[in-house]
Write a protein that binds this ligand. Structure first.
Ligand SMILES: Nc1ncnc2c1ncn2[C@@H]1O[C@H](COP(=O)(O)OP(=O)(O)OP(=O)(O)O)[C@@H](O)[C@H]1O
Length: 307
């Protein structure tokens, strides 16, 4: 059975003056998946997301959410979206629960029991009756998430949800988002500049550069593909090993604490090993290092900074 995407974006374009800051973006995001939207500074992530949630006008192209056209039936389409795009506004002098009641009153046809449900989903049961001013930034983010989930959306859109959080807070958000995608069968779209986070959080990833989506892939395939891999060679004497490798490979070798780091194609590895041994060098280990998303991303975007 073919799954229908919750979010379907076709040829989405934003033009400001003469400049197209987002151009021809196509995306499909499915129920139950966390989709990462990644790109260097100024690539057009926020502008794309702002168009998707109706915060800025679409210049060209089509967006449908749960099969409903966003331009033609905005009010109906947007009822399926929960989002944190700008900082969620909370009343700090009220408790988390009182804040949620306030937002619940604005939702149509949502039973009050949903407040307890979203509180559980974001793990705020213990603190929900404390005042928001006593919350950590991570707890406030989770309260924002609870608010965005109150009306049981099918699509959750989050712009940089881990911004400003400490590692523990980042980890919490990551775990809750993964759980939400599974438990609520939500489609989650998240942008972030924290590449290592995206790698742990997302099932698929789309890379945007200069306003255009240049790649959409399963996370694993994205990280694994590419002709070369990082290899660490632990060999003695190390200076001699480095000299031999440099002669053979014309550079690209870095000395690290645990050995010599270089980029090799898989087929080169046994050859390099044999060559080192034939030069009288003792090879203790050759191991390939898992390539991170950051390696791949920098390779693809030509070293643009990430934002
Ligand atoms: N209202 C505007 N008028 C003119 N240019 C704009 C406007 N809004 C955004 N831009 C430009 O469009 C480009 C894309 O901006 P956008 O904020 O979408 O990028 P981003 O990928 O979210 O970047 P960052 O990671 O830095 O937030 C940038 O070059 C930005 O300067």
């Amino acid at each position: 059975m073919k799954r229908e995407p919750v979010l379907r974006v076709r040829r989405l374009t934003k033009q400001i003056g003469k400049k197209k800051i987002v151009e021809g973006v196509d995306l499909d995001i499915y129920p139950g998946e966390v989709f990462g939207f990644l790109g260097p500074n100024g690539a057009g992530k926020t502008t794309t997301i702002r168009m998707l949630v109706g915060l800025t006008k679409i210049s060209e192209g089509d967006v449908s959410i749960c099969g409903i056209n966003l331009k033609k039936n905005f009010e109906e389409a947007i009822t399926h979206v929960g989002g944190i795009v700008e900082n969620p506004e909370m009343y700090k002098f009220l408790t988390g629960y009182q804040n949620l009641v306030h937002f619940w009153r604005m939702c149509k046809k949502v039973p009050k029991s949903r407040i307890d449900e979203v509180t559980r989903l974001v793990g705020l049961e213990k603190a929900i009756h404390n005042k928001v001013k006593t919350y950590s930034l991570g707890m406030r983010q989770r309260l924002g998430l609870a608010q965005a989930l109150l009306h049981s959306p099918s699509l959750l859109i989050l712009d940089e949800p881990t911004n400003g959080l400490d590692p523990a807070g980042i980890r919490e958000i990551r775990e809750y988002l993964r759980r939400l995608a599974q438990e609520e069968n939500l489609a989650v779209m998240v942008s972030s500049h924290l590449l290592s986070e995206m790698e742990l959080m997302c099932d698929r990833i789309g890379v945007i550069q200069n306003g255009q989506v240049i790649e959409v892939k399963d996370m694993r395939d994205f990280v694994d593909e590419g002709a070369t891999r990082n290899v660490v060679i632990d060999a003695q004497p190390v200076a001699e090993a480095q000299r031999v490798l440099e002669q053979l490979l014309e550079g690209g070798i870095r000395k690290e604490a645990d050995g010599l780091l270089l980029d090799l194609e898989r087929d080169q590895i046994p050859f390099i090993n044999a060559h080192l041994v034939s030069e009288g060098i003792r090879v203790y280990s050759i191991r390939t290092v898992n390539r991170t998303l950051e390696d791949r991303f920098l390779e693809m975007t030509g070293g643009d900074t990430i934002g």
